[in-house]
Design a protein around this ligand. Structure first.
Ligand SMILES: [Zn+2]
Length: 461
């Protein structure tokens, strides 16, 4: 499916393959399926592949509107679900709660009809944009604007614009050359279309017993703020290293762009593309964040190839998710103490589980550290992040990378971040927000690293 046209979607992550002696605890048995969980399950039970507009044709975003809505009662929800099912609206983000909230797009051809429908049902909409194409056109400054800094740094990457994949990879290679004692770059696999997936290790050495911290970005193609922010973190850990006392006590392993093919596709063909570019006769692409092998195939993941949350034919069917799995599992269990996977949007700090409405046995600790991270961000930039377990906070989604990291790789501090914003721009966040978003995400990394180190010291004493 096309990403955009449809429902689908989003992001959240979790869960994994076999249960390796991991007690699953229902901490709050009153939490159950939300409206959106039920709605998407209902939609997914119906067949859509025959429909022409499910094909991989980029939507015409000219004159498309973006809205925010609160669904206050069952009648509202019924109307909303019907509009999703008839493909008149494309949901970009949804969250649960008594009043289900959503951000959604309406293509120009449907605007009048859809507005009438909401009006008749007495549902108030907040219009965020009356031309999504204009958001796209204004999102990213031209190359000329960003060239200024190239000569100073020796690499073309900036945090004033969103750059192509090769520029991101050249930035990593530049560090491997110029910071030899600190940085190592490795190719950990190739994408479906044969592009390299690169990882950078940032470590000042030591006795190899340091706790390791894994970060990945760009699982979902259209979430451009993710790789931009992750490269910001890399730069901080290298060029501004002395500002962080934890930096010499932790080994960082960072993949700034996992879904390289999807990202390039979103830059050149279809700004709202989400999945990888796995081949398919009817529709392309697997949602990599439904493809990880813990509880694969469960709630919030679709077997339909055209859906934005298509989980793939089997767990770890995709070379991109395989690359992450194989890299992490090369190390002894217990090496990695923290895992952050960076997405957008909505401003959430989430921890497992995503596959169901439960939290792990150490859910209280994950909540505590998440709360500290949110407080640090609030203090720094006054941006609010909500903290909670994925399925309880947003919606259930099985096959996500953080559930796998937690359950199978046994990484204690596993989080999914949904970065800015809350929907004013959604996926099309203007490049001027890269720096503030990078700054606040670095604050979250700092909190997680410091709390993880404290926990390690406690264990030793
Ligand atoms: Zn995502």
């Amino acid at each position: 499916m096309r990403k955009s046209a449809w429902v689908t979607i989003f992001t959240v992550c979790l869960t994994a393959g076999q249960t390796v002696g991991f007690p699953e605890q229902t901490e709050n048995p009153t939490t159950e399926a939300s409206f959106f969980d039920d709605a998407f399950a209902e939609i997914d039970s119906e067949q859509y592949e025959g429909r022409a507009n499910f094909r991989d044709v980029p939507a015409n975003l000219t004159g498309a509107h973006l809205y925010r809505v609160q669904l206050k009662n069952n009648e509202h929800k019924r109307v909303f679900l019907d509009l999703i099912k008839t493909e008149q609206i494309d949901v970009w983000m949804q969250s649960r709660g008594k009043k289900a909230k959503a951000v959604f797009m309406v293509l120009a051809a449907n605007v009048e009809k859809v507005n009438m429908r909401f009006y008749e049902a007495d549902i108030t909409l907040k219009r965020l944009s009356d031309n999504v194409q204009k958001l796209v056109d204004e999102e990213n400054p031209s190359e000329n604007v960003t060239k200024l800094s190239n000569s100073k740094t020796g690499y073309a990457l900036t945090w004033k614009a969103y750059h192509k994949a090769s520029v991101i990879h050249d930035f990593l290679d530049n560090y491997a050359t110029n910071y030899k004692d600190l940085c190592t770059v490795e190719k950990i696999g190739n994408t479906v279309e044969g592009r390299p997936i690169k990882i950078i290790k940032i470590s000042s050495g030591g006795d190899k017993k340091r706790p390791a911290f894994f970060i990945d970005g760009g699982i979902h193609a259209r979430e451009w703020i993710s790789p931009a922010t992750v490269t910001y973190i890399i730069r901080e850990l290298v060029e501004n290293r002395t500002a962080y006392s934890f930096a010499d006590e932790v080994d960082f392993y960072i993949v700034p762009l996992m879904n390289v093919d999807g990202y390039e596709h979103s830059r050149t063909r279809d700004r709202l593309w989400r999945k990888n570019r796995a081949p398919g006769a009817l529709c392309k692409g697997v949602d990599l964040n439904r493809n990880f092998g813990y509880k694969w195939g469960g709630k919030g993941s679709s077997s339909s190839v055209c859906r934005g949350n298509h989980r793939g034919p089997s767990a770890f069917s995709e070379p991109e998710s395989q690359a992450i799995r194989d890299f992490i599992l090369k190390f002894d269990i217990g090496t990695f103490k923290a895992y952050l996977t960076v997405h957008s949007f909505g401003q959430y700090i989430m921890y497992p589980w995503g596959y169901d409405y439960m939290t792990p046995p150490d859910g209280t600790e994950l909540q505590r550290v998440g709360d500290l991270a949110a407080a640090a961000v609030k203090k720094l930039t006054n941006t609010s992040y909500k903290v909670g377990s994925s399925a309880k906070l947003l919606y259930a989604a099985a096959g996500g990378s953080d559930d796998w990291a937690k359950a199978v790789a046994e990484i204690p501090y596993a989080y999914t971040l949904e970065l800015r914003d809350k929907g004013d721009y959604g996926f099309i966040l203007p490049a001027k927000f890269i720096k503030p978003t990078g700054l606040e995400t670095m604050a979250m990394v700092q909190v997680v690293a410091e709390e993880m180190l404290k926990a390690e010291r406690l264990k030793k004493n």
